[in-house]
Design a protein around this ligand. Structure first.
Ligand SMILES: O=C(O)CCC(=O)C(=O)O
Ligand SMILES: [Fe+2]
Length: 277
């Protein structure tokens, strides 16, 4: 099926996605929100980024999703799922605000035009490539706020890194979502809530693992600032915060205390994730 890398959408073949400079052993179809031109304050974003980057961000935001012609039932089923995930994401935002003693609708202005992302991902077995350091999906943190992940019954594939630094598998539970915290929640919460480093290693022979990841994200033009000062015992650090740093220009500044425009962070990430760039 068709692919539109500059739009961040469509089919990604095996090995096309790159994490930390290494190809990932998965294929995927990527979908992003489809805002209208007037839904995003590009003039405001122009205060944050240069003209060339703004052009790339505009292309990313305003492209349309690509759907495979078959099966015909995919599009309505996926769109219904994405709509439900947006409702769940909003509910988690209300809970986030309340966890910080804020009114439930405090975060609504940051996500009322959520620039969500969704991926339908397929993982053939690594088939011995793991011996060469290949991973199905290399270690990373998710970019936005909350990730709602459905995984199939393949055991032992998804791993998260604990606060102690060890890797532990997240085994599938029927009917349950894996909920990951993303970079923007990490920044907004003043690093009280940590973005969870995770990776996938699919070594089950004869098994093609599938997962559906829905990323509930801020508005494309949302500017995220820490809600309070960082905890006293955790001074900002260039590399000790657990976040992956393959391309995190805006994120690096944000961890030093500067506000971050979500669309710039997403663009930095997506434009570093493909081997063609
Ligand atoms: O497939 C999975 O379990 C995780 C996928 C993932 O981490 C991602 O797409 O960001
Ligand atoms: Fe992830």
């Amino acid at each position: 099926m068709a692919s539109d890398p500059a739009g961040g959408r469509g089919y990604q073949r095996l090995g096309e996605n790159v994490t930390e400079g290494r190809p990932d052993w998965h294929e995927a179809i990527d979908f992003l929100a489809e805002p209208g031109e007037g839904d995003i304050d590009f003039d405001g974003l122009g205060a944050w980024v240069g003209a060339a980057k703004l052009r790339g961000m505009r292309r990313l935001a305003l492209s349309r999703n690509l759907w495979p012609p078959q099966p015909a039932a995919l599009r309505p089923a996926a769109e219904a799922h994405f709509a439900r995930m947006r409702v769940l994401g909003q509910a988690l935002m209300d809970a986030t605000a309340q966890a910080f003693g804020l009114p439930p609708d405090h975060l609504a202005p940051l996500v009322d035009r959520s620039f969500w992302v969704a991926r339908i991902i397929g993982y053939p077995p690594l088939g011995g490539r793991e011996a060469d350091g290949v991973e199905s999906c290399g270690e990373h943190t998710d970019y936005g706020w909350w990730t709602l992940l459905s995984q199939d019954e393949t055991p032992g594939a998804l791993e998260v890194r604990t606060a102690a630094g060890d890797w532990t598998t997240v085994e599938p539970l029927p009917g349950a979502f894996v909920v990951n915290l993303g970079d923007m929640l990490h920044v907004w919460s003043g690093r009280r809530f940590k973005a969870t480093p995770h990776r996938v290693r699919q070594t089950q022979v004869g098994c093609y693992r599938t997962s559906v990841a829905f990323f509930f994200e801020p508005n494309f033009d949302a500017v995220i600032r820490p809600v309070g000062a960082p905890p006293r015992d955790e001074a900002p650090s260039a590399c000790g915060d657990g976040l992956s740093r393959d391309s995190d220009r805006a994120l690096d500044r944000a961890l030093g205390g500067a506000p971050i425009a979500y669309g710039e962070h997403l663009f930095d990430k997506i434009s570093s994730n493909f081997s063609f760039q």
